[in-house]
Write a protein that binds this ligand. Structure first.
Ligand SMILES: Cc1cc2nc3c(=O)[nH]c(=O)nc-3n(C[C@H](O)[C@H](O)[C@H](O)COP(=O)(O)O)c2cc1C
Length: 410
């Protein structure tokens, strides 16, 4: 398995290679779940497309011999400003995926953020790395559930807490998988609009998905070999599982009062994930956060919200230099990271990009993806004549197409 994973990783030269491999390997419903977005996928496409609207202002005859990509983010020294996002079902993507991801991040000198919806206990995941490990909190099970998760994360040694603020309900609106989800829902006798995502492998799911499981035998064998993980593992299941019909929803959306409470309970760096406007950014600062992750959940919740790169300068100018600002969504190239830094980010966070690598070649695939980012960033920095991230500012780019009202000459 290890040797073939290394061979598969070596075949990945760009993120698009990794995505194509993931598409071949994963059962359709799982690939679509990872790859897809909400509604008509307008925000999903925009997240990616806006990077094309930013061009570089390169410098000639000024190529530095070495470039330094290191960054200090939320108190951690990273070898490059590319952090792995919380992706809940990562253990479905590849056997032991939560630990593989954390290990790959540590080996590459960067951080990974473990999701509340992870399939592996917090202690086991952090034990897989000597690098920085961070935790993402969903407010499942209200304050009681949140308190248990925050305390476990603190006890286990997670160095920063990301509170996801942009979800309003439990079911993700990834419409590409509706046809399959609906088939299951009808089998369960549910005909409403709120059918849940079929995470688990049970008899009913197996029947519906049998042709897909056979067509993707390598994935199926891996999943079975991993013990058929179907459960969330970050806290007591009573907080995490979908509640019985008719009872209160498991996801409570977080309020600013909850943020104040989390600020009291959590001692380390606290980050608001999902902020897209200057007003909310200032508000988050008023409630004591140490960082903001400009995010629209990879275009998976409210289709039609702004792309993250477009929101970034507004958020940065609202908070000034008082806190760190990270950005995620659509980042698929090292050059994208450089553009994001030029527009005010301290670091970039990648979700699908590493999930594709993981699907294609496990831990080696995630490492490969990070190394592609490192290589492409180095190339861009050299061409821009910039030695360190501190030297990247708006003069490195022309963003006048994205922001017609402002340009580098303003
Ligand atoms: C399959 C999938 C699962 C995700 N699960 C979570 C999650 O559990 N918690 C969370 O805060 N964000 C989750 N996200 C959002 C990511 O953390 C991140 O915001 C997003 O993937 C960034 O966009 P990108 O995939 O284009 O890089 C998920 C994203 C994907 C694609």
């Amino acid at each position: 398995m290890k040797r073939s994973a290394a061979r598969n990783a070596a075949k990945i030269l760009t993120l698009e290679d990794a995505r194509k491999r993931a598409e071949r390997i994963l059962p359709r419903v799982l690939f679509d779940f990872v790859d897809g977005g909400a509604g008509d996928e307008i925000t999903l496409r925009e997240n990616r497309r806006v990077y094309d609207d930013v061009s570089f202002r390169n410098r000639v005859a000024a190529v530095p011999l070495e470039v330094d990509l290191s960054a200090k983010v939320l108190g951690a020294e990273l070898s490059l400003p590319v952090i792995l996002a919380p992706v809940g079902p990562i253990r479905l993507v590849y056997p032991d995926g939560d630990r593989a991801t954390m290990r790959a991040a540590g080996a590459a000198g960067t951080a990974a953020i473990l999701s509340t919806a992870a399939g592996t206990p917090l202690d086991d995941v952090i034990a897989a790395t000597t690098g920085p490990a961070w935790f993402q909190l969903y407010f499942r099970g209200g304050r009681a559930g949140a308190e248990e998760m925050v305390e476990s994360a603190q006890r286990a040694g997670y160095g920063a807490l990301f509170v996801t603020l942009d979800v309003v309900g439990g079911t993700m609106q990834t419409e590409r998988i509706r046809h399959q989800v609906d088939k299951l829902a009808r089998l369960r006798g549910e005909t409403g609009l709120d059918s849940a995502i079929p995470l688990g492998l049970n008899v009913r799911n197996a029947v519906v998905f049998a042709p897909e499981l056979v067509r993707h035998l390598r994935w199926t064998m891996g999943y079975v070999g991993d013990g058929v993980p179907t459960k969330f593992a970050s806290a007591d299941p009573k907080y995490l599982e979908e509640p019985a019909k008719g009872s209160k929803p498991a996801y409570n959306s977080v309020t600013w009062a909850d943020m104040d409470w989390i600020r009291e309970v959590w001692k380390g760096p606290l980050v608001a994930k999902g902020v897209l406007t200057g007003e909310d950014a200032r508000r988050a600062v008023d409630h004591g956060v140490d960082g903001i992750l400009v995010s629209n959940h990879g275009g998976r919740y409210l289709d039609g919200v702004t792309s993250t790169l477009k929101a970034l300068p507004e958020v940065r100018s609202a908070v000034g230099d008082s806190i760190q600002v990270l950005v995620d969504g659509g980042i698929r190239r090292g050059s994208d990271v450089v553009k994001a830094i030029a527009l005010g980010a301290d670091a970039a966070v990648i979700g699908r990009a590493y999930a594709y690598g993981l699907a294609a070649a496990g831990e080696a695939g995630v490492k490969r993806v990070i190394e592609i980012f490192r290589r492409e960033m180095t190339w861009a920095m050299k061409s821009l004549g910039r030695v360190s991230l501190a030297e990247i500012d708006e003069t490195a780019i022309d963003a006048s197409k994205l922001f017609p009202a402002r340009s580098h000459t303003d």
